[in-house]
Design a binder for this molecule. Structure first.
Ligand SMILES: [Mg+2]
Length: 196
């Protein structure tokens, strides 16, 4: 009798993808503290070619951003989406680009669903996109970014292009997180990718 092959039987043999989970403010764009106006959207230098190099190398790209300004009433979802749209226009990445942008609107005092350091979004994407945690990273400028990576079982990189201060980087080093000047330096040094 024929024995049908189930997709789940093949799963161990399917290659896993590498992924980058990226903080937005202070990592990809300049941090303006509750950024809410499209005029504020400025790419950090060399972020665009760095992301293009990651796509060429096969990394799946996701953005995970804490945006408590939404639940604080500082800005609206409409403003938030307009800022993302402006960022994507400036990046103008080739397909598949950024696969998903997830905002956590919770204030720090509210029960957290996706707010970093929650690993929830990362864990969902690992399952949904067949991602290899051992070759995936969370990159951002705050402790909550780095701890989200740790909580999800992926690597963490702390970048010095945003809001964190030296005490935060002391913490990062104590946790054995990689510390880099900015995202493009991380891509060059830790991923070994280059561009002209
Ligand atoms: Mg940030």
């Amino acid at each position: 009798m024929a024995c049908p092959v189930r997709l789940t039987d093949l799963a161990p043999f399917m290659p896993l993808s590498r992924a980058l989970f990226l903080d937005r403010d202070g990592n990809l764009i300049e941090d303006h503290h509750h950024t809410s106006k499209i005029e504020q959207i400025t790419l950090i230098a060399e972020v665009k070619p760095a992301l293009e190099a990651c796509l060429m190398a096969g990394y799946k790209l996701f953005i995970l951003t804490n945006q408590s300004g939404l639940n604080r009433g500082i800005f609206t979802w409409e403003q938030y989406h307009a800022c993302n749209q402006r960022m994507l226009e400036l990046l103008d990445l080739p397909a598949p680009g950024i696969l998903e942008i997830k905002a956590a609107p919770e204030r720090p005092d509210e029960p957290s669903l996706y707010r970093k350091p929650s690993p929830r979004f990362i864990l969902e994407m690992i399952t949904l996109h067949d991602i290899d945690p051992q070759h995936s990273w969370m990159v951002g400028d705050r402790r909550t970014d780095w701890d989200a990576g740790r909580n999800a079982g992926i690597h963490s990189c702390a970048v010095q292009s945003g809001a964190a201060v030296e005490a935060d980087f002391d913490y990062a080093r104590s946790m054995n997180y990689v510390v880099r000047k900015n995202f493009p330096e991380f891509v060059r040094v830790d991923l070994g990718l280059h561009w002209s």
